[in-house]
Design a protein around this ligand. Structure first.
Ligand code: AMP
Length: 282
């Protein structure tokens, strides 16, 4: 497996592979790999000839009071895990390689970045769409792999690709969870044992919501009212949002019908966790 630190290096690797007719797959990540990341690499390995994993903790998607500096990093461990998944190249640029002095261009998707994490983290999606556009321009992948764990992010990327006529096929893969249901996240390492236990409240709330819908609940406000007590019953949990929105438009609903997203953001102590489920309501 090869490691590229600069844009000319990765471009040369991709150019050579493409000249040989290779189908190129890209898995964009911020590193500190877990089974969720590995599932994306696995799918890319199955479907593509050249698998590129980008590993870049992107400063432009973090707010001024967020965890950019503390974000967990372990390059050697990540390299070993990616090697085991059969990844061909890790592209791990320095911040100055991606944003050299004088950098001033950003990509913004409008409507669907406004609710959920867009509201809670102003500027976050602008950073995400900017870095993903740059990665697409640098790597020119035929396919790129994202996780449903970041459901809004996946929708935003798909919107951007459609709107800007980008030549890349976006694949969205299911959420990988721990045995007790907690969605895998690099940020889970921030949790102490008490918080780790409390963190299952996200999955438990989503399961309750799915049960209620299966039981015939069709009123979004009432459904929200039914999941709130579960979150509030967890003393270490602080709700940031619990929203039920349409897919793919992320609009509020009058009645639960069709494809809907139930999305949660909860602070457990100082750690912000997100989780979601997509339900097809008959
Ligand atoms: P990150 O390194 O957190 O930016 O995540 C990189 C990619 O992995 C994103 O497309 C995420 O949606 C995806 N991802 C993160 N956690 C999970 C998970 N638990 N299951 C599936 N995909 C995930």
């Amino acid at each position: 497996m090869q490691v590229c630190r600069t844009i000319p290096e990765i471009k040369a690797v991709v150019r050579e592979a493409k000249a040989g007719g290779s189908l190129v797959g890209l898995v964009p990540t911020m590193g500190f790999f877990h089974a969720g990341h590995l599932s994306l690499m696995h799918a890319a390995r199955r479907e593509c000839d050249l698998v590129v994993v980008s590993l870049f903790v992107n400063p432009t998607q973090f707010g001024p009071n967020e965890d950019f500096a503390e974000y967990p990093r372990d390059f050697d461990r990540d390299k070993e895990l990616a090697t085991k998944e059969g990844v061909d190249v890790i592209f791990a640029p320095a911040v100055e390689e991606m944003y050299p002095p004088g950098y001033q261009t950003y990509v913004e998707v409008e409507e669907i970045t406004r609710p959920l994490c867009g509201k809670a983290r102003p500027g976050h999606f602008r950073g995400v769409t900017t870095v993903v556009t740059k990665l697409f321009n640098i790597v020119e992948p035929d396919r790129a792999y994202f996780g449903q764990k970041d459901a809004q992010q996946a929708l935003v990327i798909q919107q951007m690709v459609r709107d800007l006529n980008m030549n890349v096929d976006i694949k969205v893969l299911p959420i990988v969870r721990e045995k007790d249901g907690l969605a895998m996240s690099s940020r889970n390492v921030y949790l102490n044992p008490r918080e780790r236990e409390a963190a299952t409240v996200l999955f438990r709330s989503l399961q309750l919501a799915e049960d209620k819908i299966r039981g015939g609940e069709r009123d979004p406000a009432r459904l929200r009212g039914e999941i709130m007590p579960t979150i509030e019953s967890e003393p270490l949990a602080n709700l940031e949002y619990a929203e039920i929105l349409s897919i793919p438009g992320l609009k509020p609903l009058n009645t639960l019908q069709g494809k809907i997203l139930i999305a949660l953001a909860v602070r457990i102590g100082k750690t912000r966790l997100i989780d979601n489920t997509i339900v097809e309501v008959p």
